[in-house]
Design a protein around this ligand. Structure first.
Ligand SMILES: *Cc1c(COP(=O)(O)O)cnc(C)c1O
Length: 354
């Protein structure tokens, strides 16, 4: 039986996506060739990447609004520097909500002056700062919509006149937002979309071309836009599998549908964390993530017992990140509600026998 997979990333993908992806590795399109041994410039693969790019824009409601979708390599971490390389002339503003934002800040400092508008580092990033000011003389504002490690999520985004850039790696396609408020969105595929190896970048083309420096081709968004994401060989398997996941999501009813499922899943787990006297939540309640729930045992002496119980219940990937400790249940789009129920059952069983 497939395990209940709460892995934070690489993460669970829909069964039918795994099935179709594995079939394509052996025999793609019934053409007696593998997806990973055909030319990326052959029509069957060009159709795949075109479909993936257009599905991404369609699901985000960004078609015909001046945005381009790209499938790049180097992970979300590459975007930390690529964003700055392409957009930072003199000064940029960053909101620091965790490890990933801190890494983005570190990279961007190589390219110009950084203003950290606010940080939640004082409480090990267990909340989202609010009420900060974004200077108007910056090239852009950068934020992280969901903090995978700490289990916090931005529920609203600031109003600003400068371009807004967002790392949505761990909650892209999970909830409805007005995505047209953002000028560039990026997301490593392996959290909510596909296997590791590609990063979705959705960029409003008009914000490009404004920096004075020379940009190497491989790091230049405009080069990839002009070549339809195919400046060099794209990661064909991650792109294909991402396309399958996006098709799966569209067939289910898109973000509008999956958001309701995600709300049910996180409500089920958070209700148990709050109700069960053996457990406590880590993130500040109003900022809790619907994707990654961080929690801990009140009494550490129960750890060995609890760990063996959830492992016996066929649950995988529940250990918290080393910088937070405790537990983290990642409930990405493909995780079924019954997997969350399985975890809640174990938590209740622990309460019953303790
Ligand atoms: C995982 C993660 C990253 C890093 O992604 P890589 O693809 O490993 O570089 C960046 N940002 C967020 C929010 C993440 O969850």
């Amino acid at each position: 039986m497939k395990k209940h997979n709460f892995s934070a990333g690489p993460c669970i993908l829909p069964e039918e996506v795994l099935q179709k992806a594995s079939e394509a590795v052996v025999n793609f399109n019934n053409d007696n060739l593998s997806l990973i041994e055909i030319s990326h410039r052959s029509q069957p693969f060009v159709d795949v990447i075109e479909k993936a790019r257009s599905l991404a824009l369609e699901l985000l409601g960004l078609e015909n609004k001046g945005y381009k979708a790209l499938f790049l390599q180097g992970g979300a971490s590459m975007q930390f520097l690529m964003v700055a390389y392409n957009l930072l002339n003199k000064k940029a503003a960053y909101l620091n909500t965790g490890t990933w934002s801190s890494n983005a800040i570190k990279e961007a400092k190589l390219f110009g002056e950084l203003v950290e508008v606010a940080s939640s580092k004082d409480k090990n990033f267990n909340y989202i700062p609010k009420g900060y000011q974004i200077p108007t003389d910056v090239d852009y504002f950068h934020c992280t919509s969901n903090n995978t490690i700490y289990g916090t999520q931005m529920k609203s985004f600031p109003e600003t006149s400068v371009p807004m850039i967002c790392d949505m790696s761990s909650d892209i396609f999970s909830r409805q937002l007005d995505f047209s408020k953002f000028d560039l969105i990026y997301a490593g595929a392996q959290k909510n979309m596909g296997p590791a190896g590609t990063t979705l970048v959705v960029v409003k083309e008009e914000i490009l071309g404004k920096v004075e420096r020379q940009i190497p081709s491989m790091l230049n968004y405009q080069v990839f836009i002009d070549k339809d994401s195919m400046f060099n060989t794209p990661p064909v398997f991650p792109v294909y599998t991402s396309m399958l996941t996006l098709e799966w999501l569209k067939d289910l009813g898109g973000i509008e549908f999956i958001e309701k499922v995600n709300e049910k899943k996180s409500a089920l787990l958070y209700n148990e964390i709050d109700r069960n006297p053996l457990f406590k939540g880590v993130a500040s309640i109003e900022d809790r993530s619907h994707m990654n729930a961080t929690f801990a045992l009140v009494d550490d002496n129960l750890q060995t017992k609890f760990d063996s119980m959830w492992q016996e219940a066929n649950i995988n990937g529940l250990h918290g990140h080393r910088s937070v400790g405790g537990y983290r249940a990642s409930m990405y789009n493909a995780l079924p509600l019954y997997s969350v129920q399985a975890l809640v059952d174990v938590m209740q069983e622990l309460e019953r026998i303790s």
